[in-house]
Design a protein around this ligand. Structure first.
Ligand code: DNO
Length: 347
């Protein structure tokens, strides 16, 4: 297990020095942010991310994300050229020493929440999801509250995209994903890079858009699309865990050898398709974080891991879900669990 911490580069209010002061963190998860989805990242920009991390004794072995442009998910006419660009990014990142690339295949929206500052009695706040509220928002009217990933579509762009997706079924999306993987995985293999798809968050279709990386059955199907080690998963507990039917402990055990990156966070279910994010420890929410860590450990998980979304605590502002304090606490908790589980297993 290699503990990492996500960092958003020069625009991130959290500094690399602060990250380097968290005792267990040896490398950062980051990306090149100056090229729109679909473009090729310059070697200079990739080197700049690596050098900035190295200046604080931090490695850079995981990229989150190399975004997949909508045209590829839609299987549009420019998809082949954009897949070539994607492959070139995989090659360049491999050359720079990157070992794992996280990406997602969610149409239009990445993670969705209905509330950005859900208050807790202790004065902290966190991100929340309530399906009724989300469905009452009109994605075409600009009333959606979008979290930190916000792509800032203009209203026209968003309407145009949603229109194009009207004819895209789950099966179309599976087909387009297969085309993408058949091109990218051989390149990743040659470059020494593991690809790690991020599950859909929440793990069900929304606004009529298909979502397919959602549950155990679909993860099995995904891994078989190209049945190679390099075609793997980002196991995001908060995303998959929003569906109480996903048995995360069993899934961690089953998929451990294809999980290249684990995003660990806890959520509290408060109703049907309703939850909010909580602190990482098992006792704070609905997910068995200890059980997940133990299943990963006992099944030989050897990938990267990071504490996922933190609450806003101690007056910290900054990027929703990606402040310093609560994620640092999460990193310490997860490393403590791992050390105990690992030492016990050898005793
Ligand atoms: C949310 C993140 C996601 C993730 C992308 C991967 O906090 O985990 O935005 O980075 O879905 O492409």
């Amino acid at each position: 297990m290699k503990m990492t911490f996500r960092h958003y580069g020069v625009g991130d209010p959290v500094t690399l020095e602060q990250v380097s002061q968290i005792p267990v963190i040896r490398s950062v998860v980051s990306a090149v942010y100056d090229v729109p989805a679909g473009g090729v990242w310059s070697r200079e920009s990739i080197a700049a991310v690596k050098d900035a991390a190295a200046a604080h004794n931090l490695g850079f072995e995981v990229v989150e994300s190399v975004p997949v442009p909508e045209e590829i998910k839609l299987g549009g006419k420019d998809a082949p050229a954009l897949i070539d660009n994607y492959c070139e990014n995989v090659r360049r990142l491999g050359e720079a020493g990157v070992k794992c690339i996280c990406y997602n295949f969610m149409p239009v929206f990445d993670w969705l929440r209905s509330e950005m500052e859900h208050p807790a009695p202790d004065g902290s706040n966190s991100l929340a999801y309530d399906e009724q509220t989300v469905l009452s928002m009109n994605p075409q009217g600009g009333s959606l509250s979008l979290p930190g990933w916000d792509e800032s579509y203009t209203k026209d762009q968003l309407c145009g995209l949603l229109k194009r997706y009207e004819s895209v079924t789950e099966e179309t999306l599976w087909g387009n994903l297969q085309t993408f993987l058949e091109a990218v995985i051989p390149v990743a293999k040659a470059a020494g890079v593991n690809m790690a798809i991020h599950p859909d968050d929440p793990p069900w279709g929304i606004f009529g858009l298909p979502r397919i990386i959602t549950d155990r059955k679909n993860l099995r199907r995904f891994l078989k699309l190209v049945d190679e080690t390099e075609n793997g998963l980002t196991f995001c507990t908060g995303s998959l865990g929003a569906n109480p039917e996903n048995d995360l402990v069993a899934m961690s055990a089953e998929f451990a050898d294809r999980i290249h990156f684990a995003h660990i966070r806890n959520i509290l279910w408060t109703g049907e398709r309703q939850f909010h994010e909580v602190a990482h420890p098992t006792e704070c929410g609905s997910l068995n974080i200890y059980g997940i860590m133990k299943a990963l450990h006992d099944n030989g998980f050897d990938g990267y891991i990071r504490p996922d979304h933190g609450r806003r605590i101690w007056g910290e502002k900054g990027r929703y879900g990606y402040g310093l304090y609560d994620r640092a606490l999460g990193a310490m908790y997860l490393s403590g669990l791992w050390e105990a589980i690992d030492k016990d297993s050898r005793a």
